[in-house]
Design a protein around this ligand. Sequence first.
Ligand code: NAI
Length: 479
Amino acid sequence: MVIEKICCLGAGYVGGPTCSVIALKCPNIQVTVCDKSVERINQWNSDKLPIYEPGLDDVVRQCRGRNLFFSTDIAKSIQEADLIFISVNTPTKTFGNGKGRAADLKYVESAARMIADLATSNKIVVEKSTVPVKAAEIIMKILRANTKPGVEYQILSNPEFLAEGTAIVDLVEAERVLIGGEDTVDGQKAIKELCWVYEHWIPAKNILTTNTWSSELSKLAANAFLAQRISSINSLSAVCEATGADVSEVARAVGRDSRIGPKFLEASIGFGGSCFQKDILNLIYLCECLNLPEVAAYWQQVLNLNDYQKARFTRKVIESLFNTVSDKKIAILGFSFKKNTGDTRESPAIHVSTTLLDEGAKLHIYDPKVEPDQIFYELTSPYVTSEPEKVKSNVEIHDTAYSAVTGAHAIVLCTEWDEFKMLDFKKIYEVMMKPAYIFDGRKILNHEALQNIGFHVQTIGKRLSRAGSIRAQGSQTMP
Ligand code: NAI
């Protein structure tokens, strides 16, 4: 089979960018990205795409209407396609068995059932969503139990390693593409077909092929290792604050060891995003189901440390502001879970904001790419508050950082957007209440310059002289 048409089920953060890049690099393949959400597809077909990702607009502009299409006509797209990516969401289960830990595979299952219902010719079905090990078996069982005469399926695992904020570069210059399949003649043939698609732009040496289960587990393992690095350096940031060591210096020294390497050693208020927490919970649940409680406990600690870090930072804000933020105006700079994305899923800013709101603060929030509705959605969700109306009355969203900080007692920087480094802090100091506090949760500002202006500054993993908090003045002990 030569792949001429690709269909992708799920037009989200993964399906959209991945298929746009495939369309860009494979002009001979027609790529249709489908979603059951009409609104999402309309946005993909408009000038304002549903997700912000540097470089994405350009790729979509080049390919849309040529060999890239966004459609809600799932039936037609499935029927025409030679290869189908399943790129639907796999959130953590919020009910029943495995609640709060297991991956909810209902969307993957419904995608498989749609394919089984609609397909009228042979298909290669590619599991791109992040799933627990053995999930491909579910897809296989559904498809093969519903096979029509003349229709055969091959199921591959092809997890996605892109990171939001750098998705286009990650896809165009992928360090590796991972493809897992069955160890049968037909399985190996299907792997070759998918390799052929990627070989349009990825050097063959960067394409790894494995069995299906190794491929599924490698995705969970990669995210667990990455999150573990963040939790490791964050754990040391607490030691630095307690001793006078500087976590940036420690990270630089440790990262010089080529066995360790310098990347992903940036201490912060903790990791967020839709994947790390979800995928590690998924791994933990898998370990428990496999009766491996020690392994489960090991990975659970990576998540515990992340919760500790978010709570520790917020506690520091409150303690520094004389142990009360009630009715104080606090500016939150940045709400997305990291820079260069508008995605707020599991953003540490949610934890920080919610805790400050619980303590009676008035929040003034600014983020360059997150829509106001999205911020209200996160802060009024039943998971974080039972009083959504009260939250709404205590939160104001701003369209510039300067308007958010006017009259504020403190600035809490939650996301490392580059534009925050360029702010005129002299001007900001003038319009803030005094003493004026800045809590730099991402270690991106020039702390000395801020102190020279007159700010009281606190950050992660470093004790600043003249921090000016009651804690720094010795009336409280470090946690
Ligand atoms: P998302 O929530 O942004 O997008 C998923 C889309 O699938 C939604 O628009 C939803 O309406 C659609 N959908 C659900 N069921 C459908 C069906 N039966 N037919 C058609 N459309 C359907 O999710 P996102 O972030 O794109 O993640 C997708 C998968 O990729 C998840 O398993 C995730 O863990 C994984 N992943 C995510 C990464 C990220 O950075 N967001 C990176 C790597 C993997």
